[in-house]
Design a protein around this ligand. Structure first.
Ligand code: HDD
Length: 701
């Protein structure tokens, strides 16, 4: 049989090859009938009509016709991987949740990262929130932590979710733009909903254009509960911190990448895992009591608010390692069904009204997306624990229950399956006594304090990028009233920010939009360094970073070979780029193979640049426009350049300054004499570990 399914969530390895590969080589129909001829349909004579009885043709075409399933209404574009979660220590005081039962406990996981607005085939690098969803296959059933790479959300109540999504999706009359919030309907909604302001600040920041899915944080967003074996509860917020640090693209790189490689993030994740560079995140908890929550200047049930880490520190409790790519994109990445309602004993909900809507929405959406109520039986969704219950039938039922009992209580089945009683999931018995109302607590109406906190906690470069993000998006609008309303709202965040945006839009700074809560409680902290991307620089390594090495016939091969060797030793990925693929005619007969061409390799695909030495080679490169494009692109985007020997003239030709405005040498432009290639390559690798040279980027603003 060719359609064998494989178990999907073993923590670390690919499934074993079957013992008899020959048994898998015969093509059969879905009924298992061997197919003699897969090239020709059955006809009445060679030039005659095709016969209806050709069940082989009809089965093949019918199956093909139904290959597509509805894509997710949001988060349609995504990439995923298998891995495991490992607890650092037992957390008995906090929770009875299975993954935290003992130190070293391993729980298999499947994580899917996504953009929100774009359709399934849209570009990876669109400015957007990124989904960060993790399915834990625990000993007590599946727990899904369905979060984002941004710790706050646009809205406070699920009632507004369809409006938010309708506003950001392509406009319904002409279906444009794809995977972009830079259009009238989104900003119309946003400007009329000041509760979106805080999240807008994050999305317009570099968080909206991550360098890699492996280099972004994840957040559970809502306040959840941890409940221990004694039934005692603490509030909690979940945080994922990437070991590689948090890094971003620069906007015009993101734009170029959308065309140069619209699978940029998917490929990056896939290639890293294939290369054995397993991405890793630390799970951290912000644990706090109800009494603490009461005293905060904001409401912990409001998903537009975060808890500054300076107020409640994040305690690391375990790590997630993604170490296996899916075997089949559709079966796993597409069919995985995350659900905010999937919690396990020891984890419970808070009263966040946004979360309440999510508890309903996810199962509901799977019913139409995956075609029925049995989606939990798909291998990627099936818990690793056996399922015993009395649910029966439904479309695409795969389990085959035996016996005549499908009810409880029963005597005919010996009473099985029994209720688990105290060992089972029990909702935290939070007291509820109030009038039924449609409304919000007062602190929900403070829409600006944390947006200002975010702004004030950014570095000057990050602030410049946020202003540019707003300016770009709002400049795309066709309705000036929306631009004005939005800038008026930004005045409440920061006059500087609003002023810069207004200037870019060619408008006068409007008066501040009236605040819903004129006298908001004073925030506990005015500055939160943890909110800046620079708070998590990573370990300074350059593993998996891609380096373009530009060459031409006549370059000096030895120095290039030295650089290639050193980069490989640092687990980076060097790529020699020339006018054509294949052998490069070096002046010293060193063997070099070009694996990329100027035509197929956009500068935006690389993290750093090397220019080869050698008189004839450099002369040829000076005649190549693409070399100038590479130099400008890398220099303008703050990347590190290693310039070998005579290639310095290429920098001069490109008009590149090797000094920063104060006169100090640019630490990201490294020149190497022929005798110091090994030493300067080491300096290059060290400088590349910074990812970008912010001093240069600031100077270029
Ligand atoms: Fe959602 C998918 C994250 C609010 C309704 N959401 C979805 C995914 C992520 C999030 C990561 C993709 C899961 C995957 O990879 O398959 N959503 C969030 C976060 C939210 C949030 C962090 C706010 C804190 N979502 C939210 C609300 C609703 C939904 C308020 C509806 C009331 N979300 C859905 C959905 C999706 C979904 C329609 C689409 C596909 C799916 O669920 O499986 O049910």
């Amino acid at each position: 049989m060719t359609n064998t399914t494989k178990s999907s969530a073993s923590p670390s390895r690919k499934p074993e090859a079957t013992a008899d590969p020959a048994a898998h080589t015969v093509l059969v129909t879905n009924q298992g009938v061997p197919i003699g001829d897969n090239q020709n349909s059955l006809k009445a004579g060679l030039r005659g009509p095709v016969l209806l009885e050709d069940f082989i043709l009809r089965e093949k075409i019918t199956h093909f016709d139904h290959e597509r399933i509805p894509e997710r209404i949001v988060h349609a574009r995504g990439s995923a991987a298998h891995g495991y979660f490992e607890a650092y220590k037992a957390l008995p005081d906090l929770t009875r949740a299975a993954p935290f039962r003992e130190a070293g406990k391993i729980t298999p996981v499947f994580a899917r990262f996504s953009t929100v607005a774009g359709e399934r085939g849209s570009a990876d690098t669109a400015r957007d929130v990124r989904g960060f969803a993790v399915k834990f296959y625990t000993d007590e059933g599946n727990w899904d932590l369905v979060g984002n790479n941004i710790p706050v959300f646009f809205i406070q109540d699920a009632m507004k979710f369809p409006d938010l999504i309708h506003a950001v999706k392509p406009e319904p009359h002409h279906g444009m733009p794809q995977a972009a919030s830079a259009h009238d309907t989104f900003w119309d909604f946003a400007s009329l909903s000041p509760e979106t302001t805080h999240t807008l600040m994050w999305v317009m920041s570099d968080r909206g254009i991550p360098r890699s899915l492996r280099m972004m944080q994840g957040f559970g967003v809502h306040t959840f509960r941890l409940v221990n074996a004694l039934g005692k509860s603490h509030f909690v917020k979940f945080h994922w911190k990437p070991l590689l640090g948090t890094h971003a693209l620069v906007w015009d790189e993101a734009v170029v990448l959308a065309g140069a490689d619209s699978d940029f993030h998917r490929r990056d994740l896939w290639e890293a895992i294939e290369a054995g560079e397993f991405p890793e995140w630390e799970l951290g908890l912000q644990v706090f009591t109800e009494a603490q929550a009461e005293a905060f200047s904001f409401d912990v049930l409001d998903a537009t608010k975060l808890i500054p880490e300076e107020l409640v520190p994040v305690t690391p409790v375990g790590r997630m390692v993604l170490n296996r790519n899916p075997d089949n994109f559709f079966a796993e990445t597409e069919q995985v069904a995350f659900c905010a309602a999937h919690v396990i004993p020891g984890i419970d909900f808070s009263n966040d009204p946004l979360l309440a809507g999510r508890i309903h929405s996810y199962i509901d959406t799977q019913i139409s997306r995956l075609g029925g109520v049995n989606f939990h039986e798909l291998p990627i969704n099936a818990p690793k624990v056996p399922i015993h219950n009395n649910q029966r039938d439904g479309l695409h039922r795969m389990a085959v229950p035996t016996g005549r009992v499908a009810y409880e209580p029963n005597s005919l089945g010996g009473g099985c399956p029994f209720q688990a009683g105290a060992a089972g999931f029990a909702s935290f018995p939070q007291a509820v006594q109030d009038d039924k109302v449609r409304g919000k607590p007062e602190k929900f109406s403070d829409h600006y304090s944390q947006a200002t906190l975010f702004w004030d906690s950014q570095t000057p470069l990050e602030q410049a990028h946020i202003a540019a993000g707003f300016r770009f998006e709002l400049s795309k609008l066709t309705v000036p009233a929306i631009q004005e309303r939005m800038v008026a709202s930004l005045v409440n965040v920061s006059r500087d920010l609003a002023g810069t945006v207004a200037q870019g839009l060619g408008m006068k700074l409007p008066a501040a939009l009236a605040r819903a809560l004129p006298r908001a409680p004073k925030p506990e902290v005015a500055h939160s360094p943890a909110l800046s991307l620079t708070a998590l620089p990573g370990d300074g390594g350059i593993r998996t970073r891609k380096v373009a090495i530009l060459v031409a016939d006549g370059v000096l091969g030895t120095s290039v070979a030295t650089v290639v060797q050193a980069l490989k030793a640092a687990d980076a990925v060097p790529c020699i780029i020339a006018k054509r693929l294949g052998e490069v005619a070096t002046s010293d007969d060193t063997a070099l193979q070009a694996t990329g061409t100027y035509e197929n390799s956009s500068p935006a695909l690389f993290d750093a640049l090397v220019l080869a030495d050698g008189e004839t080679g450099v002369a040829a490169m000076s005649q190549t426009q693409a070399v100038q494009d590479f130099i400008h692109s890398h220099h303008n985007h703050g990347k590190t350049l290693l310039v070998l020997g005579l290639a310095e003239v290429l920098l001069e030709q490109a008009g590149i300054r090797m000094f920063l405005p104060g006169g100090a040498p640019d630490p990201g432009v490294i020149l190497s004499a022929p005798h110091s290639v090994a030493q300067e390559t080491a300096n290059f690798i060290h400088a590349m570990g910074k990812h970008r040279h912010t001093e240069r980027l600031l100077a270029l603003l």
